[in-house]
Each structure stands twice: as C-alpha cells, then as structure tokens.
Write a protein of this length. Structure first.
Length: 520
C-alpha cells in the first residue's frame, strides 16, 4: 500500500493536517503533488539511488517532497533546520544530493548555503507560497518549487520503485554520519516498509489518527508518518511541540496513536493540574516513546495519568536492532526498554567477552538490519565485530528474562579518580525535582581526579537560579544516590542545547568546560 491506493478509494480523506494552521493535504492532493515532483526529478536526470536533500521546517509541503523522492527510487536526506550553515552544507555535500528543497522560512540560511555547496548540487528549489518573482532575484541559484512542478503530470512516473531515507546521525557526540541501507528496488506499491507491520501490531488502521509532535527531519517522525500514509490513516503534524497544544490536538482530532520523547512527557507533567485536566484524551489507544531514556518516576506518572497505553521501543538511526515493551511489561520490569524485536542483543565487555545478566557493557546486536556509514569505511568497520554484530556505543545490561536496560552512552561516561560514573542516573533523578525543567550531568576537569560531576540545570523558574537551589539539588541527589554519583556543583542555563527530538547536545556543554581557556 502507498498513498496512491487511497487517492482512488478515499481521495478526500486528510493525509496530513498541520497542527497550528489546520491546513489539510488530502490523499488525492498528496498523490498528485508527489507525482509532479517525481516527474520533475526524472526530467532533471535523477535515477534510482540518487539523493534529494530536504531542508525545511515542518510544513504542508514536506510529505509531497519526500514521497516524490521515495516513489522515484531515490534516497531522501532530511536535514535539521536548526543547524548552522556550515553544518547543513556539510551534510548536503557529503550525501551527494543532486536536488535540494528548502522554504522561505529558511531563506536566510539558503542564501548563505549557495556559497558552500559543491557543484554536484545541480538544482536548488525554494518553496515560496506567494510565488513573488522578486523574492528569487535576491536568492542566487534558487528556483521556485511551484514553477518547477506546476505543469508536470499528476500520474505516476513509468519506473516507480522503492526509495529510502538516508538519515544522518544527530551529531550529539561528533560530526554526523550518513546511515545508508541498500535499496530493495521493489515496486513502491509493495508492502515492504518495515514500519508498517509495527504500526499494525500496535493497532493502527485505515481510519486512525496519528499525532506527530516532533520535527520531520528526524528519522522516526518522517518514517512513521509515511507508514501512516501506507495504511490510509491521518497524520496530524505539529509545527512545533507545545505541551498544552499537544493535549488540545488530541481532543480536537480524536487522536488514536502518537509517538513522543521523554522530555515531552516532562513538559506535560509540569503543566498546572487544571491545564492537564482540561482536555479529553480518551481517544488515545497507544502512545509510543523512544529516542532517549525515560526516568522511571516520569514514566510511572504518565501511566498513572494516561493509563497502561504507553509503550516504548529502543533503537537507533542505524536501525540495526530494536527492542519493545508495553506498559504491563514495564511495570513488571521498571526501567527496561524491552525485549528484542529486531536482531538479538548481546552485552560485551571491552575485550569482546559476553557478560552475564545484570552486568553492564556495550550493547551489540546480531542478525539486525545491515547498514553502512556513508563515506566512512573506518566508522563502518568500527561498528562491527568479528562475528558481524553491530553497535552504536550504547551501554546497558540484560536481566534474567532477556529484558534490556540502558545505562548510558559510552561517550558520556565520566571517569573520576578511576571510577566509572554514568550520568544518566543523576539526570533521571534531578528531572523529577519540582524546580527543574531540564538537566544535563557532565564531567568537567578536576586537577586531582581528572573529572568531577557537574549538573547543568534549566530551572522551571529562572528567578530561582542561584546558590540556594544549587544546594537544594545537591542535597536532593545525595539523599537518593551514592555521593560519588552526585554533582559537586550546579550551573544554571536559561535553556539547554537539546534537539526537538529530545536528544541533548552534550558535546556543546562539555566543550565549554574543556576548552583550553576553561581549563587553564
């Protein structure tokens, strides 16, 4: 199944509804518009395996662009719209994009990008709804998207085949890398999308409504909303996450399914009680969370609020392995991210020896989905061992029942006086404090121990930032954790550098403290 199937049987059904504006894209419109873009791509000489880059905010054009690329047998690379010009240019050039699509919301970035793109990026299209020709006079090398596609056929191209997402890692611990999987070459109409059976397994069907609160440049939101389109459902897309707005959309559109990240749970839980109780959420049947670890107390509170409809999966952009856990299972195994769904997990020590249940080590997956890092043979080789198992560097352990628990990323580990400290434990505790809206725990230089533990906190109320709250938070930690795991100091920030996907740019925070001027 794919959107074209439903364009004929339910053409007026909404395929996409934008959360704030209410703009609707029907299945008939999605089919016709994505076909036009596919014909444009063929007219520019793009063939199976070529790449289209998309640099846009969440908007009503996003899905016609990615479906146009996908149904043409192309890779599509969705780029974080919050990156710097240098960071975005690196990804566009590295993925080998031949066509780049952006929007007027990012026109300033687009103008600067022109100077940094390699010659291979042959066509640069700008979505400008007003179509003002004078606007493009100020954008060297950019053409209006609407002018490029308007007179193209609305019927499918003759050689449709299945494309795929060429996703770049978030770059939270280093420069992002493209994650590439081999194209199947199968017809676009075949049910080969691995997201589809998962959506079916959680009860999503043709008349259901999926609420996507995260940016579409991230892998889960874009592939899940496209999976919704393969099943004939409606994807409600928030332009930007807002906790009260999310609850209102659930009620307005009778949302049945959704996917969130733990920071979104935290934001909703910290709304005033009367605001949390204002909306009818009874339509929700299944809510999935992923992308980052969820503190045990936060998840307990969400299940108490919404009921046992919250499930979790653990995977990575690489997608080589995955686990899944329902609310009843989680209540019996609190803190777990579930049992295997894709691949077989193994926990190995630094010498490659398999560890027993309860012993933390690096998580490896056997028999997972093959992938490679684009243009980086060394990184690809480093993610595999002699048995062909793969890892992304996460650390965790298995219990006796085969349930996986995450400890942290190895790159985030703090070594203080020779002792390994995983900061996730302190972070999970501190986020439950009523005065904390967001928190990161990192290692900073210490002359005697090499590193010491520091918490960087975004307070719920900036007026509370100061010595009294610092002392309160340190004491709060020491009441619940061993002293060596607790921060020795707390710094306050108005906002932490967190992606809309929930991932934290710890590298940015750590670099502030490890820069030569900070150490001297």
């Amino acid at each position: 199944m794919y959107p074209g199937s439903f364009a004929h049987t339910a053409g007026d059904r909404p395929a996409v509804i934008m959360g704030s504006s209410g703009e609707v894209v029907t299945y008939r419109q999605l089919e016709e518009r994505s076909n036009r873009f596919a014909h444009y791509l063929r007219s520019q000489g793009l063939r199976q395996g070529d790449v289209v880059a998309v640099l846009m905010e969440n908007n009503a054009f996003y899905h016609e662009v990615v479906w146009g690329a996908r149904r043409s047998g192309l890779y599509f690379t969705t780029i974080n719209s919050h990156l710097t010009v240098d960071e975005a240019a690196y990804i566009i050039n590295d993925c080998g994009a031949r066509v780049l699509v952006s929007s007027t919301a990012l026109a300033e970035m687009a103008a600067q990008l022109t100077l940094q793109l390699i010659p291979g990026v042959e066509r640069r299209l700008m979505i400008a709804e007003d179509g003002d020709p004078a606007f493009f006079d100020q954008l060297d090398g950019w053409l209006p998207y609407t002018g490029a596609v308007v007179n193209r056929p609305t019927t499918p191209i003759a050689d449709e085949s299945e494309g795929d997402l060429l996703q770049y890692s978030s770059g939270t611990t280093g420069r992002p890398k493209g994650i590439k999987r081999k194209l199947s070459g199968s017809p676009i109409s075949l049910d080969t999308d691995p997201v589809v059976p998962f959506l079916r397994a959680i009860g999503f069907g043709e008349n259901d409504v999926y609420l996507s609160p995260a940016p579409l440049y991230h892998s889960a939101p874009i592939v899940w909303t496209m999976g919704v389109h393969r099943l004939g459902g409606t994807a409600v897309v928030m332009e930007r996450f807002d906790p009260a707005g999310y609850l209102a959309l659930v009620e307005r559109y009778h949302v049945t399914h959704s996917q969130l990240v733990p920071t979104m749970f935290v934001r909703m839980l910290k709304l005033p009680p009367e605001q949390r109780a204002r909306h009818d959420l009874s339509s929700l049947r299944c809510v999935i969370h992923a992308a980052a670890p969820c503190p045990v107390q936060i998840k307990h509170q969400m299940i108490e609020w919404w009921g046992p409809i919250i499930s979790e999966f653990y995977s990575s952009s690489e997608g080589s392995g995955a686990t899944f856990i329902t609310s009843p299972e989680w209540l019996a195994h609190p803190g777990s991210v579930g049992r295997t769904m894709i691949g077989k997990p193994h926990i190995l020590d630094d010498d490659g020896r398999e560890l027993s249940a309860g012993e933390p080590g690096t998580i490896w997956f056997a028999d997972g989905i093959p992938f490679e890092y684009l243009n980086d043979l060394a990184k690809t080789a480093g993610a595999r061992n002699d048995q062909g198992w793969t890892t992304v560097g996460d650390v965790g352990y298995l219990d006796d029942d085969g349930y996986l628990y995450l400890t942290d990323r190895r790159s985030f580990m703090i070594i203080s006086g020779g002792v390994n400290i995983y900061p996730q434990e302190a972070e999970n505790l501190l986020i439950t404090h009523p005065g904390v809206l967001d928190v990161a725990v990192i290692g900073v230089p210490n002359a005697d121990f090499g590193e010491e533990v520091k918490a960087v906190v975004q307070p719920l109320d900036w007026a509370d930032a100061g010595p009294a709250l610092q002392e309160e938070l340190i004491a709060f930690c020491r009441e619940h954790l061993a002293a060596y795991k607790c921060p020795r100091s707390v710094d306050f920030e108005p906002e932490l550098p967190r992606l809309d996907t929930g991932k934290l740019y710890k590298r940015i925070l750590r670099d502030r403290y490890w820069a030569p001027s900070a150490v001297d």
